[in-house]
Design a protein around this ligand. Structure first.
Ligand code: GRF
Length: 180
C-alpha cells in the first residue's frame, strides 16, 4: 500500500519540486507552508496538490490533527524555517525527516554552506531524523557535494548551486528508500 507524505516548506521549494515530480509514489502528498506567498505554494497549486498555509502563530496540536485526518505516514521538512516544538516532534518520532545542506554534525543552523565554504571544508547534504535538538538526529543519507579542495577554485555561488543539485539527488534517494 502506498504511503502518504506531508512536506513542510517556507520558501523556494526546489526540493518540494522533486517530490512533485514523483508524486505518483504517494497515496497523498500534502504540502504545509509557513508562508502564504512562498514559491513552494505556487508549485504545489500548479501541481494541484492540497496545501495548508499555517498562521503566524502555529497551532501545533491543530496541525497534528490535520496530519492524522489526512492519514499522513511521514513528514519531510524541506526548507521549513520554523522551529518545530519538541512535543510535536515526539508525536512523529521516527517518522519525521529534515534536509540540511552540510555534512552534519558539522555546520548546523543557518548559513551552513557559507560556513563550510569559508572554512574550506567539504560542503555536503544530510537527511536526518528530526529530534528536539536542531539539525541533530540520526543521519539516514549524506553525501559530499563539493570537497574543500574543489571549492577553492569555485565561487560561493557555484558551490551553492552544486549543493542544491546534490540536495535534489538525495531527496530522490530518500523517496526511493522510504516511499514504498
Ligand atoms: C535547502 O537548502 C534546505 O537544505 C534548507 O533550505 C533550503 C530549501 O530550499 N533547509 P528549497 O526551498 O527546497 O529550494
Amino acid at each position: 500500500m502506498k504511503k502518504s507524505l506531508a512536506v513542510f516548506v517556507s520558501g523556494f521549494g526546489s526540493n518540494l519540486q522533486v517530490f512533485i515530480d514523483q508524486k505518483q509514489v504517494w497515496d497523498k502528498l500534502l504540502v504545509i507552508s509557513s508562508k502564504a506567498d512562498a514559491q513552494a505554494v505556487s508549485r504545489a497549486k500548479e501541481a494541484e496538490l492540497p496545501v495548508e498555509v499555517l498562521e503566524k502563530s502555529i497551532d501545533w496540536e491543530k496541525l497534528h490533527q490535520t496530519l492524522l485526518e489526512n492519514k499522513i505516514d511521514l513528514v519531510f521538512l524541506a526548507g521549513f524555517m520554523r522551529i518545530v516544538p519538541g512535543e510535536f516532534i515526539s508525536k512523529w518520532e521516527g517518522k519525521m525527516f529534515n534536509l540540511h545542506p552540510s555534512m552534519l554534525p558539522k555546520y548546523k543552523g543557518l548559513k551552513a554552506i557559507e560556513q563550510a565554504f569559508e572554512a574550506q571544508d567539504d560542503v555536503g547534504v544530510s537527511i536526518h531524523h528530526v529530534v528536539p535538538e536542531v539539525d541533530s538526529g540520526e543521519i539516514v543519507l549524506q553525501e559530499v557535494a563539493v570537497t574543500g579542495a574543489e571549492a577553492m577554485s569555485l565561487t560561493l555561488e557555484n558551490v551553492k548551486e552544486m549543493t542544491h543539485n546534490k540536495e535534489h539527488q538525495l531527496v530522490s534517494q530518500w523517496i526511493e528508500k522510504y516511499g514504498n
